[in-house]
Design a protein around this ligand. Structure first.
Ligand SMILES: [Zn+2]
Length: 302
């Protein structure tokens, strides 16, 4: 039996595969990718995954005995079908069962935010700076807002598979309607597109997130207001995570997570809302970049 860690990151545009020696030695034995071509539907996505694995087997001369797979959306642990995926061809499909049939090995699925948090815990910023952390919360604030909980080095997925999905907690009515069918979700206020929409509501200008950050540095009034609002709501939204989980570390990934003021003004706002007279929780940036997804998938089988 192979002891290597095999992981696949199933993305909307590409599927990436990796083979790692072990948890203690994450220098990849092999890494490669294929296009997802999701427009061709569910069966084609399965076919692409199999094609990638066959390629890796040929290149390495090794065969997996199990496989970790990071997915957009999550496998419902009760219905055993996919849900909440923006690669909509996956929703409602028994992805785990179909992959196990196709590959002939056990497959462990986790959503991409969980994989991100898991990789940063074992090999990234948590391992480097907070090796004793028992509870880690990984946030992704990008096009959407999601999160993953890592407890004692393992994904905590929850009864319904939605543990950590703070992006769809209610935050404020001013966010307006969310794609999930509710109103005022964290995502409607703290995602990149939501910040851009707010800036546009003040200026009638459609600009990128980077432009807003630059403009704020140059004291553009609307940009400053956009980031101030972001920081206030960030504090309010993250305080509910801290009051519930009290994690040792919160890792903030995604494009919005790059904004410097979150770590100062956002952190100050957090202190106002947390149910404690101080906040000892570390707010940190990830270090693995785009690699976190596929490394996290491999860590699922460790
Ligand atoms: Zn929502």
């Amino acid at each position: 039996m192979s002891q290597l860690l095999w992981g696949i990151d199933l993305g909307g545009t590409k599927i990436e595969g990796i083979v790692l020696p072990s948890l203690n030695d994450p220098a990849p034995v092999h890494r490669s990718r294929v296009s997802t071509e999701k427009e061709h539907g569910y069966d084609h996505i399965l076919h692409q995954i199999k094609k990638l694995i066959q390629h890796i087997e040929k290149e390495t001369g090794k065969h997996p005995d199990q496989m970790g797979i990071g997915t957009p959306g999550v496998l419902d642990p009760i219905l055993l079908t996919m849900k909440n995926s923006n690669t909509t061809a996956l929703n409602g499909m028994p992805l785990q069962k179909d992959l196990e049939t196709l590959l002939g090995i056990p497959v462990i699925l986790a959503n991409d935010a969980n994989c991100f948090a898991l990789a940063e815990t074992h090999w990234g910023v948590v391992k480097k700076s907070y090796p004793d952390a028992a509870m880690v919360f990984g946030i992704i604030m990008g096009t959407g807002v999601g999160g993953g909980i890592i407890h004692d080095g393992k994904v905590w997925a929850g009864k319904q598979g939605i543990a950590g999905e703070w992006g769809h907690n209610f935050l404020d009515d001013s966010g307006g309607s969310c794609y999930c069918g509710k109103t005022g979700c964290v995502e409607t206020i703290l995602s990149g597109p939501s910040l851009q929409r707010y800036y546009k509501s003040l200026t009638n200008k459609e600009v990128t997130l980077k432009d807003i950050v630059c403009a704020a540095e140059n004291n553009d009034e609307a940009a400053v207001a956009t980031l101030e609002r972001m920081n206030q709501f960030f504090g309010k939204a993250v305080s509910s995570v801290i009051n519930l989980l009290d994690p040792d570390v919160i890792i903030i990934g995604g494009g919005v997570g790059n904004i410097d003021s979150l770590y100062k003004d956002g952190y100050e706002a957090l202190k106002h809302w947390v149910f404690n007279n101080r906040v000892d929780t570390a707010l940190v940036r990830p270090v693995l970049g785009d690699s976190a997804g596929v490394f996290g998938a491999a860590a699922l089988v460790a």
